[in-house]
Design a protein. Structure first.
Length: 325
């Protein structure tokens, strides 16, 4: 059976906070911005053993889980995100995945992320503990934020399985079959990702695992002006030289990765109407820059325009180079 949660009748200005409170209570602490008060959102959920399926029906909004919202969990959760309808953008582990109907991506809930629903639509989360997922998909962090495109590989059949199973849960799945159904669902999703991204699996397990840990640490500390390659290496307990080797496959050093991610986040915030009262310098310093000229040079080198022109023109934030769009 499914549990259905809808927002009660509230004044327009109170609806975004109520949606954030519902998501925080039923899933995890998050912030909500850019909320469309004309669309009444709903959360529908049900469980199959260790797996929880959660459907979010909503209008345009951004759901963000920043470092300040994340606490320690011995067995953190992961979710496969299936875009059921509408279009969205998912930012996670320094990647940006544009999501169309039946696209799938993977989320690590103990890492920062941002999900932006660009229009009215629905999202299905297949949520499970890390300890369960890792039995089917080793090093799942390496797949986070990558987009499995609709119609490619096993994505179509897997998306159909998720849809049909969620519909079946409304009528109820007999308890004696729930564990088997859950295992089949996890195995189908894990296999679809393993086939689609076999190049990730083929890489050195040690290096890719450390690269995922390094990216996670950077994302969690991106706003800290003292973040440096030496500090990242110390966190991973490797030498600075070995850290360079970890990032070598991406054709980008650790310091270049940090700089790129900072200017991308500055650009995203500059384009956000909620930040219109913040100056460009305030935004830059909020994301770890401690020199306005350095920020201006770095921003122009990445986007080809000055921060002021970028903000004035309202240029949309593109996906990072080499990432999913």
């Amino acid at each position: 059976m499914l549990d259905v949660h809808r927002l009660p009748a509230l004044p327009r200005l109170a609806r975004a906070g109520a949606w954030a409170s519902l998501l925080s209570a039923r899933i995890e602490p998050v912030d909500v911005a850019g909320f469309d008060p004309e669309v009444a959102p709903a959360l529908v959920s049900g469980s199959l053993g260790p797996v929880e399926l959660i459907r979010l029906d909503m209008g345009r909004c951004t759901i963000e889980r920043g470092p300040g919202r994340i606490g320690y969990r011995a067995d953190p959760a992961f979710s496969f995100l299936l875009q059921l309808s509408g279009r969205a953008s998912f930012r996670h582990y320094g990647r940006t995945a544009g999501l169309a109907p039946d696209d799938v991506t993977l989320c690590h809930h103990n890492a920062p992320y941002s999900y932006m629903a660009e229009q009215t639509g629905s999202l299905l989360l297949v949520r499970l503990p890390a300890s369960v997922l890792k039995d089917h998909l080793p090093l799942p962090e390496n797949f986070c934020g990558r987009r499995l495109r609709a119609g490619e590989g096993l994505c179509e059949s897997t998306a159909s399985l998720c849809r049909n199973l969620f519909a079946q849960m409304e009528a109820g799945v007999p308890p004696q079959f729930q564990g088997r159904v859950a295992r089949n669902l996890i195995e189908a999703l894990a296999t679809a990702f393993a086939i689609a991204f076999d190049d990730v699996i083929a890489s050195s397990t040690l290096l890719t695992g450390l690269h995922a840990r390094a990216r996670l640490y950077i994302e969690e500390n991106l706003q800290d002006p003292d973040l440096s390659p030496r500090r990242i290496a110390e966190k991973l307990r490797v030498s600075p030289r070995y850290l360079r080797l970890i990032f070598a496959d991406g054709n980008e050093t650790a310091s270049a990765y940090v700089l790129r991610r900072r200017v991308e986040e500055c650009a995203r915030q500059m384009a956000d109407p909620a930040s219109r009262f913040l100056s460009i310098t305030e935004i830059a310093f909020n994301w770890g820059f401690n020199s306005a000229p350095h920020f201006a040079r770095s921003f122009r080198a990445h986007f080809g325009v000055t921060p002021r022109d970028y903000r004035r023109r309202g240029i949309p934030v593109a996906a990072p180079a080499g990432e999913e769009t």
